[in-house]
Design a protein around this ligand. Structure first.
Ligand code: MN
Ligand code: MN
Length: 310
C-alpha cells in the first residue's frame, strides 16, 4: 500500500516538474522572439513608407522603378499617353507631381515635359522664382544649376510655365526646377512662346481643360551653354483641348489640337504664335517621338495630320 502511494506521488511530482519545464520553455521562447523582433530591421513595407515621406518627389514608386517609364505612367499628366521614341537610353523619367518629364542626361535638359491644365491649377500665389537644381535626378547625372545660364545670353525658359501652376507655392516652385527649363532666346521666351502660354490659359479661363506637352528640337551636334547644357534649335508644343472632366476616352477625330514649332532664333520676337502652327505629325518627324500614344491609332492619324487654324 505505502509503496504504491509512494510510486503515485513520485509520478505526480514528475508530471509537475514536466509541466513547469514546458511553461518555462514557452516563456523563454516568447522572450527570445520579442527580442529578435526588436533587433530585426523593419519589414519591407514599413521601411518603404518611412523613407518615402521625406523625399521631395518620385517617391511613390519603389526604387527599382525610379526613372523608368512605369514610374510616371499612372500620372494624370500623361493620360493621353507617354511620348515614346526609338532610343530609351536617353530617357530618365521624373514625376514632379505638378508635371512629369523625360530628362536627357546627354543634353542635360528635358526631352519633353507634360502637364494637364484646368482651372484648379490657376490661382494667385506669388511667383516663387526659386530656380534650382533638381535633386530628384540621380547623383550620377550632372544637375544643371544657375551658373550654367549665367552670362550665357539665354533666358531660363520654362517648359511648364510658372503661371500654369499658381494654386499653391509648392506647385509653383516645382516649375523652377532646372529640369523644366531650357535655354531660350529672350525674344522667344518673352515673345511668341509666352503669347501661346497666355492663349492656353485664356482657353482654360473660358472653360477648357488641356493636355500639354512641350520640349526642344535639337540639331546634331547641338550647341551648349555652361556645363554642356544643350540649346534647342526650336521649341515645340502640343495642346490637346478637352473639357473639364474629360479624358482619354473623349479624344476623337473631332478633338482640337494646337501644335507649334518655334525657332529659337533671332527675329521671332515680334511674330505671332499663330505663325508657327503646324501638325503633330511634323513635330513627331522632327523630334523622333510618337505623341498621344494612348489614343487609338485611327484617331491619332486624323488629329495628328491636321494643322489647326488660329
Ligand atoms: Mn517662359
Ligand atoms: Mn502619335
Amino acid at each position: 500500500m505505502t509503496a504504491s502511494r509512494a510510486k503515485r506521488a513520485s509520478r505526480h511530482s514528475l508530471l509537475g516538474t514536466f509541466c513547469v519545464l514546458v511553461l518555462l520553455l514557452l516563456v523563454a521562447r516568447g522572450a527570445v522572439l520579442q527580442w529578435d523582433e526588436r533587433r530585426l530591421p523593419p519589414s519591407k513595407g514599413s521601411r518603404g513608407q518611412a523613407s518615402a515621406a521625406p523625399l521631395p518627389s518620385a517617391s511613390s514608386s519603389p526604387p527599382a522603378l525610379r526613372g523608368s517609364e512605369a514610374s510616371i505612367s499612372n500620372s494624370i499628366h500623361v493620360a493621353l499617353g507617354t511620348p515614346r521614341d526609338a532610343d530609351p537610353s536617353d530617357e530618365y523619367f521624373l514625376d514632379e507631381r505638378s508635371f512629369v518629364l523625360s530628362y536627357s542626361p546627354e543634353k542635360r535638359v528635358a526631352n519633353w515635359v507634360a502637364w494637364q491644365l484646368d482651372r484648379s491649377h490657376l490661382g494667385h500665389v506669388r511667383r516663387k522664382d526659386d530656380f534650382r537644381a533638381d535633386l530628384a535626378l540621380p547623383a550620377r547625372f550632372y544637375r544643371v544649376a544657375e551658373s550654367d545660364y549665367l552670362h550665357s545670353g539665354y533666358d531660363r525658359g520654362h517648359l511648364c510655365p510658372s503661371a500654369d501652376r499658381l494654386r499653391s507655392p509648392a506647385d509653383n516652385s516645382q516649375t523652377f526646377l532646372f529640369t523644366n527649363i531650357q535655354p531660350q532666346l529672350h525674344e522667344l521666351n518673352a515673345g511668341p512662346w509666352e503669347r501661346l502660354e497666355s492663349h492656353a490659359r485664356q482657353r482654360v479661363e473660358g472653360g477648357a481643360m488641356l493636355f500639354v506637352v512641350a520640349g526642344g528640337l535639337f540639331s546634331a551636334p547641338f550647341p551648349t551653354i555652361g556645363n554642356g547644357v544643350a540649346v534647342p534649335a526650336a521649341n515645340f508644343k502640343i495642346i490637346v483641348i478637352l473639357s473639364p472632366g474629360q479624358g482619354l476616352s473623349d479624344v476623337n477625330a473631332d478633338t482640337r489640337v494646337l501644335a507649334v514649332i518655334m525657332p529659337n532664333q533671332r527675329g521671332v520676337g515680334e511674330r505671332e504664335w499663330t505663325e508657327y502652327l503646324t501638325s503633330v505629325d511634323a513635330i513627331e518627324r522632327a523630334s523622333g517621338y510618337d505623341f498621344l500614344t494612348a489614343v487609338p491609332e485611327r484617331v491619332q492619324r486624323v488629329i495628328e495630320a491636321r494643322t489647326e487654324g488660329p
